[in-house]
Design a protein around this ligand. Structure first.
Ligand SMILES: [Cu+2]
Length: 141
């Protein structure tokens, strides 16, 4: 016979399993490397796309049509969130100031609500050699 304690432990594990594995999106988790984070999924919140800034690159996490690369396509009304997670400070700076930008950040996040259709180029003004040519494309689905 299974002890009540063991039964409760088993129940707890089974009950938590869907929470651990069933979500459509993988929210940002600093304990995971970029390669371990799934991409190309809807984010946990509607109307959001997430990028992680690490290894001198902006990587798509969720909410973009694309699963990788320098272009993130979203529909109007999407808030793009950049999570800073590198060992050095970076920023998000819009080319031609089309949507402004962030301060230089080592941690934390920067977000911008994209309401108008268009292509919005951005990069890191500190490391333009490595971190340029990125864009958010806002297009009707
Ligand atoms: Cu940078």
């Amino acid at each position: 016979m299974i002890s009540p304690h063991l039964r409760r432990l088993t129940f707890t594990t089974v009950a938590l399993l869907p929470l651990l594995t069933g979500g459509k999106c993988v929210p940002y988790d600093a304990s995971l490397s970029a390669s371990a984070v799934s991409t190309g999924h809807d984010c946990e919140q509607p109307g959001v796309a997430r990028m992680v800034v690490e290894n001198f690159a902006y990587r798509i996490q969720c909410g973009c049509v694309e699963t990788s690369g320098k272009t993130c396509t979203v529909s109007p009304g999407t808030t793009v969130i950049w999570q800073f997670a590198d060992s050095t400070s970076h920023n998000v700076t819009a080319v031609a100031n089309t949507f402004g930008g962030s301060t230089n950040q080592l941690a934390g996040q920067h977000e911008h609500l994209f309401e108008e259709a268009g292509a919005f180029s951005y990069g890191c003004s500190i490391h333009s050699y490595d971190m340029s040519g990125y864009q958010v494309v806002v297009a009707d689905p």
